[in-house]
Design a protein around this ligand. Structure first.
Ligand code: CU
Length: 206
């Protein structure tokens, strides 16, 4: 009888040990599962972050940096050629581009900067668009519009092309004015054919 009890006790201990080891295994498995879940969640988060980042990149790509710069450069070149009609078309094109801008995906800094620039940019582009026959009036607005563009490029970059910030001391009634150009050579949009090469490159925006 004593033997049987001892045997039972041993069996019970063994059983308990077994259970323990089972529990351990179960615990281990559960921990593994938890770890797996945690890992999976973490991977999901990583994926989400990556997803958000790529969404942001896409939005930045769809934000018309290049298109706005191109419109500005067309305007600048039209004024350099004393062509008020083409300048007006370019002004209207800028207004149209601004109208379809989607600010989703812009960073806080970009959004703040864009909101500071956009209304002013639009106003000057509208005036230039509406004054095809008054090139001197267009040029007055172009002084301010060029300041906006310099700020725009500072925030949004050069749209993938090297740009130059030029300055002419004679423009703006001798007070001087800047403009942004895509060519190193000076082609003055304020004085046109009167003094096409007046001015100098002050900054290269790479
Ligand atoms: Cu005006």
């Amino acid at each position: 009888m004593k033997n049987i009890i001892i045997g039972f006790a041993i069996a019970a201990t063994t059983l308990a040990a077994c259970n323990n080891s089972n529990n351990d295994t179960a615990n281990a498995k559960q921990t593994d599962i938890k770890n797996d879940t945690a890992l999976a969640t973490q991977q999901q988060v990583t994926k989400d972050t990556a997803g958000t980042q790529s969404t942001t990149a896409t939005s930045e790509a769809t934000f018309p940096v290049k298109e706005i710069i191109t419109g500005y450069l067309q305007l600048k070149n039209a004024l350099a050629k004393d062509n008020g009609q083409d300048a007006a078309s370019a002004g209207n094109a800028i207004v149209a581009t601004l109208a379809k801008v989607d600010m989703k995906g812009l960073s806080d800094v970009q959004m703040k900067s864009y909101m500071n620039i956009a209304d002013d940019l639009k106003e000057h582009a509208e005036h230039i668009g509406a004054n095809a026959g008054k090139i001197e009036h267009q040029r007055e607005h172009f002084i301010m519009l060029s300041k906006d563009m310099a700020d725009f490029v500072k925030t949004f970059g050069n749209g993938g092309q090297t740009l130059y910030k030029d300055f002419c001391p004679m423009a703006n009634d001798g007070k001087g004015a800047t403009w942004i150009s895509e060519v190193k050579e000076i082609k003055n949009p304020y004085l046109g054919s009167k003094m096409p090469d007046c001015g100098s490159v002050k900054e290269t925006i790479k």
